[in-house]
Design a protein around this ligand. Structure first.
Ligand code: GDP
Length: 360
C-alpha cells in the first residue's frame, strides 16, 4: 500500500479508537505498534475466535505453533521486537520490547489474548556466556511482566512458558522428571529456572492457569544451523551433493534427548487446554549420541561419516552435561501427549529438507 494509505490508516485508528496505537502494513500483514503503557481500552481487534499471543513467533517453535493454532481456528497475534519487520503467514504482528515490563503489559492490554505462549529466548546455550545479562533479563523480566499483566488485566488468560532441560544443569538423576532438582549451570539455564519459579509462584498465589514446559532438545528443518542436528544434516546433504568435503564437530560422545519441534508445540497447546496447569517435561524419553546422529544422517545419503568428520576442540563444551534424557510420562498420562515422529524419522526429514534446499 502507498505510504499515504498507511498514514490515513494510522489517522483513522487514532481518531476512531483513541488508543494511542500506530498501525502499519508490512508485506500485506497488519502491524500494530504498541508505544508504551498508555493503552487503556481493551479489545482493539474484533473478537472472532480464541486469540493466542505468541512471543518468538518467527522462530522454529513459534512458527510451528502458529501454524498448529491457525489450523485449529485460533486467531494468532505475534509479538516481535521493535523494528524487526518480520512476517509470519496469517499472524498479526505487534511490536513490543520484552525487556521492558511496561511494553509487555501494554501489549497484553491491547491484544487481550485468551492465551499467551511465551517462547522468545536467545536459545543457543553457549552464546548465553557471551551475553549473560540480556539472556537472563530477557527470560526473567518478560515472564514476570506477563504474569503481572495477567493478574492486573484478566486472570482468566492462560499462560505457557517455555523452559528447558538446561534448568537441570548436570542432572543428579536419569531420566529427568518434573521432580528432578533444578540446578542450572549456564546463564540461559538460570534465566529459564527463574522463569519456571515465577510461573509456579503466580500459579499458586493467584490461582492462574500458568504452565511451564520443560522442553528437551527439539529440532526440525527450521532449526538454525549452529545447533548440532541441523549442522550435521545440512553437512551430510552438502557433502553428498559434492558441495563440501568435511564437517568439524565437538564431542561426538555427547548425547541428547531429541524430539521433533512439531510434536513439542502440540504438547504446549495440550498444556494450555488441560484442566491441570503445572510443569510438564516434553521429551522423547530416548537418548542418542552425536555418533548415532551421524550414522543416521550420513547413512541416509549413503555415506560413511568417518570419511568426513573432523573433531575440533573449538566446539567442545567442557562443563556441560554430557548425556541427558527426559521422562515424558506425566505429559503422556495427564495430557495424552504422544510424539508422531521418532528420532530416525526426524533426521531423515531434516536431511531431505536440506537436500531439497541445496538443490534449489
Ligand atoms: P543444546 O543441547 O541446546 O546446547 O543443543 P546443541 O545442538 O547446540 O548441542 C547438542 C549437543 O551436541 C551438545 O552436547 C554439544 O556439546 C554437542 N556438540 C558436539 N559437537 C557440536 C557442534 O559442533 N556444534 C554444536 N552446536 N553442538 C555440538
Amino acid at each position: 500500500p502507498a505510504a499515504d494509505d498507511v498514514a490515513a490508516g494510522v489517522a483513522r485508528a487514532e481518531d476512531v479508537l483513541g488508543l494511542g496505537l500506530r498501525l502499519g502494513v508490512h508485506r500485506g500483514h497488519l502491524r500494530i505498534i504498541v508505544d508504551g503503557p498508555t493503552v487503556r481500552r481493551p479489545g482493539i481487534l474484533r473478537r472472532m475466535a480464541a486469540r493466542a499471543l505468541i512471543t518468538g513467533v518467527g522462530g522454529q517453535d513459534g512458527s510451528y505453533l502458529a501454524e498448529h493454532l491457525l489450523a485449529r481456528g485460533v486467531e494468532v497475534v505475534g509479538i516481535e521486537r521493535p523494528g524487526a519487520a518480520s512476517a509470519v503467514d496469517g499472524v498479526t504482528m505487534v511490536e513490543a520490547d520484552l525487556s521492558d515490563a511496561s511494553s509487555v503489559i501494554g501489549a497484553v492490554e491491547a491484544v487481550r489474548p485468551d492465551r499467551i505462549f511465551h517462547l522468545a529466548a536467545a536459545s543457543f546455550v553457549p552464546d548465553s556466556w557471551l551475553h549473560p545479562t540480556p539472556t537472563v533479563s530477557m527470560a526473567t523480566v518478560s515472564t514476570s511482566a506477563f504474569l503481572d499483566a495477567i493478574v492486573n488485566v484478566d486472570r482468566s488468560i492462560r499462560f505457557f512458558q517455555a523452559a528447558s532441560a538446561e534448568v537441570f544443569g548436570r542432572p543428579t538423576e536419569t531420566p529427568q522428571t518434573e521432580n528432578t532438582p533444578i540446578a542450572p549451570i549456564t546463564p540461559y539455564g538460570a534465566g529459564k529456572a527463574l522463569a519456571l519459579f515465577l510461573t509456579r509462584m503466580y500459579r499458586e498465589r493467584f490461582d492462574l492457569h500458568a504452565s511451564t514446559g520443560i522442553l528437551f532438545n527439539h529440532e526440525s528443518p527450521r532449526r538454525p544451523e549452529q545447533f548440532v542436528t541441523r549442522k550435521v544434516t545440512r553437512a551430510a546433504a552438502a557433502i553428498s551433493l559434492g558441495l563440501e568435503s568435511e564437517l568439524r564437530l565437538g564431542n561426538l560422545d555427547a548425547a541428547r534427548d531429541w524430539s521433533f519441534a512439531g510434536d513439542t508445540v502440540r504438547g504446549m497447546v495440550l498444556m494450555v487446554e488441560s484442566d491441570k496447569p503445572g510443569e510438564y517435561v516434553l521429551a522423547s524419553g530416548e537418548t542418542h549420541s552425536i555418533r548415532q546422529l551421524l550414522d543416521l544422517a550420513f547413512g541416509h545419503v549413503g555415506l560413511d561419516w568417518g570419511d568426513y568428520v573432523v573433531v575440533d576442540e573449538q566446539f567442545n563444551r567442557p562443563h556441560e552435561a554430557v548425556s541427558i534424557c527426559g521422562d515424558p510420562t506425566k505429559a503422556e498420562r495427564e495430557l495424552g501427549w504422544h510424539r508422531e515422529v521418532d528420532f530416525a524419522g526426524l533426521v531423515a526429514m531434516m536431511v531431505d529438507a536440506d537436500l531439497a534446499s541445496l538443490q534449489l
